[in-house]
Design a binder for this molecule. Structure first.
Ligand code: AMP
Ligand code: MG
Length: 321
């Protein structure tokens, strides 16, 4: 049930089953968008609310065209620059996209993932899949096939193993509707990269309401079961929270010294590299959750490059103070 057979993955999808697929961002839980019952199964398997729309995955912009109304100039510019890649674009949908997939919205989110085996799968299918992250709703996204097997092993017919996700954060979601570029979710494509191609810095519209336009934006999301606190000064935060005899973890970008007894430091990079940090974050959060610690403190990363998206995920994972 875990394997690397594109034909087995395709056969299961065509038969209406759920298949986990690797991408450069995180693993997705895929179903054909054409099959309503299969799409419903995605929501059930994840315990995902029906108001949280799914991202449609295609092998190219060309392959997306039957499912969307038009590709305006800003959307074309971004798709040309970043697809395949960790960018999701919103389009007005055609009648080929059900309200189940778009949660009743007139728009649909579309992405071309940058992963060789999944691109081969999408070509072989000849039709799109919907694929949200392959984790129970609200929990940390999976970056390996084993993560998927641990939590959704019973729900999926097949896990297509493509190795660890290279980027490790969900896609950046951008709306170009009416040719106005708005970033709805920060993710694996940085604001700097977007700005460079656009020639200006796009507006950020990161909603945090309970019925958000971009549901990854729900207040409490990407969360560990162990309480996690986000702080500008990790070591000081830890010292005020930790009680004698407790075991805590301190997540930081770079290695830290002089930790109190009972605390272990988990640096995301040895050299302050934000891309490396992004690729390690979710696996680290899962591993720490298994240690049944008393708490986790994460030190905020620099607000640049993928640091911005990492801080966003940590903020949503964190206990509110
Ligand atoms: P994920 O669960 O990480 O695959 O995230 C899928 C996300 O894509 C959803 O949570 C929404 O935030 C976003 N999304 C999908 N479709 C739309 C849409 N039509 N409008 C706005 N956001 C969307
Ligand atoms: Mg998700």
């Amino acid at each position: 049930m875990i394997g690397s057979s594109v034909s087995e993955a395709a056969a299961n999808l065509k038969a209406g089953k759920l298949v986990a697929i690797p991408t450069e961002t995180v693993y997705g839980l895929a179903a054909l968008i054409r099959l309503d019952e299969s799409v419903v199964q995605i929501f059930k398997a994840k315990n995902r609310p029906a108001f949280d729309p799914l991202i449609v995955h295609v092998p190219s912009l060309e392959a997306a065209k039957p499912y969307i109304r038009e590709v305006n100039s800003e959307a074309k510019k971004l798709a040309d620059a970043f697809w395949p890649g960790p960018l999701t674009l919103l389009f007005e949908k055609s009648d080929q996209v059900s309200d189940l997939v778009s949660s009743g919205l007139p728009t649909v989110a579309v992405r071309v993932p940058q992963h060789e085996i999944t691109l081969r799968l999408l070509q072989a299918l000849g039709e799109p899949v919907a694929a949200p992250s392959a984790n129970p709703f609200g929990y940390v996204s999976p970056t390996t096939a084993a993560h998927v097997a641990q939590q959704l092993g019973k729900e999926v017919a097949y896990i297509l193993d493509g190795g660890p996700a290279k980027v490790g954060l969900e896609s950046t979601i951008v709306s170009c509707l009416n040719n106005e570029v708005k970033v709805l979710r920060l993710g694996g494509l940085s604001l700097e990269q977007l700005s460079e191609v656009l020639g200006y810095t796009p507006e950020l519209q990161l909603s945090t309401h309970s019925n958000p336009q971009a549901p990854g934006q729900l207040d409490k999301h990407y969360a560990t079961h162990t309480p996690l606190y986000l702080s500008d000064a990790g070591l000081e935060e830890l010292k005020t929270r930790m009680k004698p005899g407790q075991k805590w973890a301190l997540i930081s970008l770079n290695p830290l010294a002089d930790l109190p007894e009972g605390c272990t430091n988990y640096p995301l990079s040895q050299s302050g590299n934000l891309d490396e940090a992004a690729s390690k974050l979710f696996a680290l959060m899962r591993n720490l959750d298994e240690l049944k610690l008393d708490g986790i403190v994460a030190e905020r990363l620099p607000d640049k490059g993928l640091g911005r998206a990492i801080n966003d995920r940590l903020h949503r994972a964190a206990y509110r103070m």
